[in-house]
Design a protein around this ligand. Structure first.
Ligand code: G3H
Ligand code: 13P
Ligand code: ZN
Length: 311
């Protein structure tokens, strides 16, 4: 099966009340762990590449790893640019074989966000590529951009219809209280998402796919392992899985997960070295790290996304 765009995936996900996992990829073991899990559970998947990942691993290496996953599996896979910050970056990914791009104009004012999102959508659609845009601003750290809590803002539902009509984008990321990274809520703070905003957006855009960024659960088992084996992440807190499941039964068709991959990998490697201090062959510690990613992705498919057997 060739790489696909997200159109059919999202249509089915919206109707079926589930979401597609969008996992960030940076190297071979991450691509393998995710796609082996999805293949075994017959789940469609989005593999996404940030500009930081593209700088780290190189566009062609990542494209070829994902093409290898296509060859080795029998599921629909979309290759998506995560947080594209310019028309030129989106164009380069479209021209270079990606099947979906995000143009993140959420840092611009409304009219500039409309203008850049529309420009990307026109170019992408002429090439059969789907486009995600963002309205509202998430807190947290992504690449070199650190958005403080005071600079973050919830999506204004009154703007979504105008934005989607004028830009022609295929999906919309909204801010309802999720945030990037491993520190989403303060210790003692009750995790909360603005489901009222999601409901209002859903009413104004019936049938339209919504995206949740910053949607890692920051799985406590891995945080504990990191802390037990020499790491210091005592206050890491994520989005409760029940809330993400609820969102995926609503208009949310794409759930972005990166921090949980990082935590699974790092926790497993820390434990491995604590128990095997003499090891120095990378295959010895990357094999269990890849297996941990695979188990974690299976857990997400079954408990959060609901997309098993939807390939
Ligand atoms: O939203 C950001 C993703 O977690 C990607 O992070 O820009 O450090 O690769 P990165
Ligand atoms: P997390 O940091 O919650 O995994 O979010 C990842 C993300 O939104 C990638 O775009
Ligand atoms: Zn994001």
């Amino acid at each position: 099966m060739p790489l696909v765009n997200t159109k059919e995936m999202f249509e089915k996900a919206y109707k079926g009340g589930y979401a597609i996992g969008a996992f960030n990829v940076n190297n071979m073991e991450i691509v393998q762990g995710i796609t082996e899990a999805c293949n075994e559970l017959n789940a469609p998947v989005i593999l996404q590449v940030s500009s930081g990942a593209r700088k780290y691993a190189n566009h062609t290496y990542l494209l070829k790893l994902v093409e290898a996953a296509i060859h080795e599996t029998n599921i629909p896979i979309a290759l998506h640019l995560d947080h594209g910050d310019s028309f030129e970056l989106c164009k380069s990914c479209i021209d270079g074989g990606f099947t979906s791009v995000m143009i993140d104009g959420s840092h611009y004012d409304y009219e500039d966000n409309v203008a850049i999102s529309k420009k990307v959508a026109e170019y992408a659609h002429a090439h059969g590529i789907t486009v995600e845009a963002e309205l509202g601003r998430l807190a947290g750290v992504e690449d070199d951009v650190n958005v403080s809590e005071s600079d973050s803002s919830y999506t204004n539902p009154a703007q979504v219809q105008d934005f989607v009509e004028r830009t022609g984008v295929d999906s919309l990321a909204i801010a309802i209280g999720t945030s990037h990274g491993a520190y989403k809520f303060k210790p003692g703070q009750k995790p909360q998402l603005r489901f009222d905003i999601l409901e209002e957006v859903e009413k104004r855009l019936p049938g339209f796919p919504i995206v949740l960024h910053g949607a890692s659960s920051v799985i406590p088992k891995f945080v504990q392992m990191i802390n037990n084996y020499g790491g210091t992440m005592p206050d890491a807190i994520g989005i409760p899985e029940t809330m993400l499941r609820q969102a995926s039964e609503m208009a949310v068709c794409k759930i972005n997960i990166d921090s949980d991959l990082r935590l699974a990998m790092t926790a497993t490697i820390r434990k491995h070295f604590a128990e095997n201090p003499s090891h120095f062959d990378p295959r010895q510690y990357l094999s269990p790290a890849r297996a941990a990613i695979k188990d974690m992705v299976k857990h997400k498919i079954e408990n959060v996304l609901g997309c098993a057997d939807k390939a």
